[in-house]
Design a protein around this ligand. Structure first.
Ligand code: NAD
Length: 360
């Protein structure tokens, strides 16, 4: 069987880590008896240079055709039309769930001994909706007057204003996704993260909808934490937590915190998943200062590729890649600078070591 997958190399370190991930998929597919036809497309700086846009329609069309994409990180140039290419992709394809696992792999130096957390982040709403009004604009001033009229509260007149939309629909579908994820992956606990004590309507709604959905999934335990307490708890006793169900902004912050618990951004994978399409990419960005240096860790991209194979139902191939990564890290010989201080390997050397393990 052959799978068609959109491949977006990205910018900065993107092409190096995405290429490593693609090669790992090819190796795992070969072992498992299937193949992948890669449909290479551009997004980011190279797309801008070649097509005059950061996100060509051709790229969107390819993802819609194939359903699945493997993507390297992209640089969002400051001062262009898009706030962020990633936010634009997530919104155009309605990739409402961002899944970010953080699992401690044996061999990685960490203060902790047992961390296995998955952050499920709502990907389309919240302050990330991208609706903001700049300081001293007539729209911002109108909103400030509206707030005064309707709530009696005074906002400083030169304030910039941002929206924080949280809908019952958006909250229900991410909660449903989190419980389904927990069931499929044999997880025991879903913890909703919020600040409903202060943001009673927006976060209050998110928590209320999460509670309602939890009533339909009695086999999975449910509790909730206020975001500030959650940060402290994760640093002090991360082993108590399992699946974290978060609105967009808290999910973004907590997933970086969780990746710090297990060894850093170099090993943190993610999937952006919707009802029709999915994009898998490392959590980290394009780290331009390390571009073309054959230096950075390919693991985050490689583990994102394993998540993609699992999404496609190729569980054996996905596990093969995960085991190969774990084995290379445990051996400790071919590791990049973030995991090995003395004589670190380059991106290619670490990728080759993983591929060798995949092939058995
Ligand atoms: P970054 O994640 O690119 O880099 C921050 C630091 O993390 C690096 O300097 C490096 O020390 C470390 N790091 C990142 N990836 C690593 C790896 N694979 N191995 C080892 N160490 C690694 O964050 P940034 O510098 O804030 O952002 C750079 C650009 O990336 C920005 O334009 C930003 O918009 C973009 N970005 C893109 C995505 C994406 O495409 N998904 C995500 C985040 C940031």
């Amino acid at each position: 069987m052959q799978y068609a997958i959109t491949f977006i190399p990205g910018d900065g370190i993107g092409p190096e880590v995405a290429d490593a991930a693609r090669k790992c998929v090819d190796a795992a597919a070969d072992v498992d008896g299937f193949s992948v036809e890669w449909d290479e497309q551009l997004a980011g700086e190279e797309a801008m240079n070649k097509h005059g846009t950061l996100l060509p329609q051709k790229t969107i069309a390819s993802i819609k055709r194939n359903g699945v994409a493997l993507k390297g990180p992209v640089t969002t140039p400051i001062g262009t039309g898009f706030r962020s290419i990633n936010v634009e992709l997530r919104q155009q394809l309605d990739l409402f769930a961002n899944v970010r696992p953080a699992k401690l792999i044996s061999g990685i130096a960490s203060k902790y001994s047992n961390v296995d957390i998955v952050v499920i982040r709502e990907n389309t709403e919240d302050v990330y909706a991208g609706i903001e009004y700049d300081t001293n604009t007539s729209s911002a001033r109108k909103l400030i007057r509206f707030a005064k009229r309707t709530t009696g509260k005074t906002i400083r007149k030169d304030s910039a204003i941002g929206f924080k939309p949280i809908s019952p629909y958006g909250s229900r579908r991410i909660a449903e996704f989190a419980f389904e994820y927990a069931k499929i992956h044999k997880r025991r606990l879903v913890t909703a993260v919020h600040k409903a004590n202060i943001m009673k309507f927006t976060d209050g709604l998110f928590l209320r909808e999460a509670r309602k959905i939890s009533d339909k999934h009695k086999s999975i335990k449910f509790d909730d934490r206020i975001i500030d307490n959650m940060c402290m708890q994760l640093v002090v006793k991360p082993e108590l937590y399992d699946v974290l169900l978060c609105p967009n902004l808290y999910g973004d912050i907590l997933s970086d915190l969780c990746s710090g618990l297990v060894g850093g951004l170099g090993i943190a994978p993610s999937g952006n998943i919707g009802s029709h399409y999915a994009i898998f990419e490392p959590v980290h960005g394009s780290a331009p200062k390390y571009s073309r240096m054959d230096k950075v860790n390919p693991t985050a991209a490689v583990l994102s590729a394993a998540m993609m194979l699992e999404h496609l139902g190729k569980i054996k191939a996905a596990r093969n890649i995960e085991k190969a990564v774990a084995s290379v890290i445990k051996e400790g010989k071919h590791l990049t600078y973030d995991l090995k201080e003395k004589n670190p390997a380059g991106t290619k050397e670490m990728a080759i070591a993983i591929i060798r393990k995949i092939k058995g």
